[in-house]
Design a protein around this ligand. Structure first.
Ligand code: NAI
Length: 332
């Protein structure tokens, strides 16, 4: 197929080109994101391939449909950035990569926890300046701590298993409970109970109308004072302003985020010579007990291989009319 690949980075091109030797689609790479302002780039293409911060709203869909695009192949699991109803109404098929490496994201959540706790990022810088003092590097044992998990799908389940391995007790909330996780020692409880009982809360549910700003002043107040909050899921799960207030008051003891509600304008770009206009993110970064990474949870070799092969297979399945479990359909 003739595919316009948006938001391309060098690593995307490297992995897609390598695996496309088998699939033989015609891939044209654009570094620009796909949104209502860049749809003119889709003229002459049958397919678009997009990533998490491409804004595929109704207007974008109308425009790409008019240009002849018949299929959107997402390189992501989440599809909250696509107007699925609009795509269906315009006869555009939507595919995603449902699980490319749940372990990659779960392990990154653990990296955030360990870094915030044992302050290895600070130790690294100190030692390079011959500062061998341990002052202010005090951490806590993970062993025996209570970890709360919101959402026990693919990534949440992988995360639960790692934390059980650390000797933590794991309590979880999900609208669907997993018997397999229960057998492994995870205890399911209502959302409020999980918040009240946990030393560390990690978010692994998708953003939906029900979970938008799930973490806000009212829900943070239910948590233990000094709790560690981790979000590798989607930025809009957290009300950032409320989180800043909770960090200022000490109610929130640590915050580790790999996602940020306004990340589209920032993440995946080198802005080291730019003036950052985002006041909330700059305020967050001023806290010593906040760690921000720029949506790199997925970023492992294994995950990029899986993303490339599944996306290329999704395009082949569409082209050859094969039914695919990776197709996303409107629910309404
Ligand atoms: P999944 O679909 O396997 O699991 C999501 C779980 O959340 C399901 O068990 C579902 O029942 C549960 N859930 C839905 N609504 C809920 C609610 N209101 N309260 C509690 N639980 C609820 O998804 P997966 O693959 O585990 O992904 C989880 C999140 O991680 C997604 O938001 C995804 O976008 C994000 N993600 C982040 C990446 C990163 O690089 N940081 C990479 C890949 C995914």
């Amino acid at each position: 197929m003739n595919v316009a690949v948006f938001s391309t980075k060098t690593y995307d091109q490297e992995f897609f080109d390598r695996f496309n030797e088998t699939y033989r689609h015609s891939l044209t790479y654009f570094s620009a994101p796909l949104n209502r302002d860049t749809t003119n780039l889709t003229q002459g293409f049958d397919a678009v391939c997009a990533f998490v911060n491409d804004q595929i709203d109704r207007e974008t869909i109308e425009k790409i449909a008019a240009n002849g695009v018949k299929v959107i192949a997402l390189r992501s699991a989440g599809f909250n950035n696509v107007d699925v109803d609009a795509a269906q109404q315009r006869g555009i098929k939507l595919f995603r990569v449902p699980a490319y490496s749940p372990m990659a994201v779960a392990e990154h959540a653990v990296a955030l926890i360990l870094t915030l706790n044992r302050k290895t990022h600070k130790a690294f810088n100190r030692i390079r300046e011959n500062n061998f003092s341990l002052e202010k590097l005090l951490g806590f044992n993970l062993h025996g701590k209570a970890v709360g998990v919101i959402g026990t799908g693919q990534i949440g389940a992988a995360f639960c298993k790692i934390m059980l391995g650390f000797g933590c007790s794991v309590m979880a909330y999900d609208v669907f409970e997993s018997d397999q996780l229960k057998n492994q020692g995870v205890v399911y409880a209502p959302f409020d109970t999980v918040l009240q009982s946990s030393d560390i809360v990690s978010l692994h549910c998708p953003v939906t109308p029900e979970t938008h700003h799930l973490i806000n002043t009212a829900t943070i107040a239910k948590m233990q004072r000094g709790v560690m909050l981790i979000n590798t899921s989607r930025g809009a799960l957290i009300d950032t302003k409320d989180t800043i207030e909770a960090l200022k008051s000490g109610q929130l003891g640590y915050l580790g985020i790999d996602v940020y509600e306004q990340e589209e304008a920032l993440f995946f770009q080198d802005l080291s010579e730019s003036i950052i206009q985002d006041e909330l993110l700059t305020r967050l970064m001023a806290f010593p007990n906040v760690l921000v990474t720029a949506h790199q949870g997925f970023f492992t070799k294994e995950a990029l291989e899986q993303i490339a092969t599944t996306t290329l297979q999704n395009l082949t399945d569409f082209e050859t009319g094969q039914p695919s479990k990776n197709e996303v359909r409107a629910t309404g």
